[in-house]
Design a protein around this ligand. Sequence first.
Ligand code: AP5
Length: 214
Amino acid sequence: MLVIMLGPPGSGKGTQASRLASDKDLEHLSTGDILRNAVKEGTDLGLEAKRYMEAGDLVPDDLILGIIKERVQDDGKSFLFDGFPRTIPQAEGLDNMLNEIGSGVDLVLDLEVSDNEVINRLSGRFFCPQCQATYNYPNNLPKKEGICDKCGAGLEKRKDDTEEVVKNRLKVYKDQTQPLQDYYRKKSILKAVNGERPIETIFSDLAGIVDSTK
Ligand code: AP5
């Protein structure tokens, strides 16, 4: 099975994808996490991606498709993509890769969240640089202030969560990623979900949709 999580920055893709992946036995593949790890480790990919990410722009399609190709060729696995695809060429590239292995996208979950909510959430977000868990002040607090519940590492703010960069990320989302809604709607695999409700309620809806698609 192959599921895609779509939605603007801060819509809760990562929060929901990590739970959904473990609950439904899907491999969670977040291009944002892969790129942040590459930046941290100073790899060639990280050095190339850093400037785009810090400005809130998209990393070039060919780099992203290269990352995905390495993983998708391991056929037979079920994936949950979080943050990919983000442009029409990425979606077409993915379809081509999947065609080659006789597979396809089964479901696209589209989290709907307003710009104001995105700005509020991202100004209160903290993340764990070790295990990538995400927290939020005041909606989703860790048990001990500043410490990750899952692995005990110190929590940090993301460099691209400043107000100016978030505004650019929203613009980039509308210009380059939102056209994917039509792309997947035409294939009748897009399911829109209201992302402005409690995390548990959204999770229960998403889990139900995945179950009814299997
Ligand atoms: P990426 O890491 O994918 O960032 P994003 O899409 O902007 O999404 P975020 O991670 O900011 O938010 P999210 O939707 O996962 O929300 P979260 O669960 O954290 O990408 C970063 C950068 O990498 C891009 O800008 C680009 O440069 C590059 N990149 C990545 N993929 C790429 C690609 N395919 N092509 C090109 N470039 C690419 O939640 C946000 C906050 O809200 C958290 O604090 C959370 O606790 C809280 N929260 C979650 N749900 C709720 C809720 N229901 N109610 C209240 N608070 C909530």
